[in-house]
Design a binder for this molecule. Sequence first.
Ligand SMILES: *[C@@H]1O[C@H](CO)[C@@H](O)[C@H](O)[C@H]1NC(C)=O
Ligand SMILES: *[C@@H]1O[C@H](CO)[C@@H](O)[C@H](O)[C@H]1NC(C)=O
Ligand SMILES: *[C@@H]1O[C@H](CO)[C@@H](O)[C@H](O)[C@H]1NC(C)=O
Ligand SMILES: *[C@@H]1O[C@H](CO)[C@@H](O)[C@H](O)[C@H]1NC(C)=O
Length: 267
Amino acid sequence: MMKSKNSFCLLLCAPIVTAHYTFPWLYVNGTLPRMWQYVRYVAIGYEDGENWDSLPGPGMAIPQYDTTSTNFTCGRLAIDYAKTTETADVIAGTVVSFRVNQGFAPDDEGALNSGLNHPGPAQAYLAKPPEGVALEDFSGTDGDWFKIATLGAKTNESWVLESYAAGRMANITIPATTPPGTYLLRFEQFWRDNNRKWEQWFVNCAQVNIIGPGGGSLKGYPFAKFPGVYDEKDPGNLDHPEFWDKYGYYQNLLAWVAPGPPVWTGE
Ligand SMILES: *[C@@H]1O[C@H](CO)[C@@H](O)[C@H](O)[C@H]1NC(C)=O
Ligand SMILES: *[C@@H]1O[C@H](CO)[C@@H](O)[C@H](O)[C@H]1NC(C)=O
Ligand SMILES: *[C@@H]1O[C@H](CO)[C@@H](O)[C@H](O)[C@H]1NC(C)=O
Ligand SMILES: *[C@@H]1O[C@H](CO)[C@@H](O)[C@H](O)[C@H]1NC(C)=O
């Protein structure tokens, strides 16, 4: 049996890993894809002084802080990698899952066993390229985004997406009546860094081709723009002190209201 070089590294090499993460795997039909097969690769971040690592694993995982940047749409410079990303055929009504990689390099075996070490809310949105525009030419910055899922609070102190095992996979149902066609599927997860008193955002986009009968109407839906939709005054902004006790632990999360437009019901 062939062993990867990483198994020899167990004792000798310190893993290069950060507390930050990306979501480079999109499971479709329950199958593990290659890392970045269906999710657009992102550039290394140099934000807010966090330029301590230029290696692809940790560097790509550096969070975003600026919700008004075009990098907030799909991750840093994601459009530059559109042409090298495959588009996954997805049957409407099925579940797809984004899986976390906690800052491991693309060829590191540790990536699959890593977790989400900053529990917080997560949401998923879809946007279709404008008529006549190919998906690979669509950055999403001018897109009309509709929300298909919020993974919010589970209890006053915990989120649906918890750390490690339970937080590895974010499961999202593609509404059965979604109009068929190609889409960007945008996934975001965020939390507030207590030291910085600031929100950290982790955003990635997958390329999907939704197959199905359609039938759902988006007429009158209050589409979101990325960037643009979120405001620091949003009640769902985790900077609000009501969500934090004096020790820096979550509290009162059942009162949390998801930022952005409502989840599209598919009707
Ligand atoms: C987007 O990210 C890239 C790569 O880190 C950076 O060079 C660029 O300045 C960012 N653009 C904006 C608008 O923030
Ligand atoms: C998922 O399954 C459907 C139905 O068999 C198939 O058409 C589609 O290609 C599959 N998608 C992927 C990414 O394997
Ligand atoms: C998400 O889906 C995976 C794979 O089907 C499953 O193992 C996991 O329990 C699901 N997670 C949640 C929170 O439902
Ligand atoms: C959640 O926290 C709020 C505010 O402290 C409290 O009023 C409510 O009873 C809590 N709910 C549960 C289910 O613990």
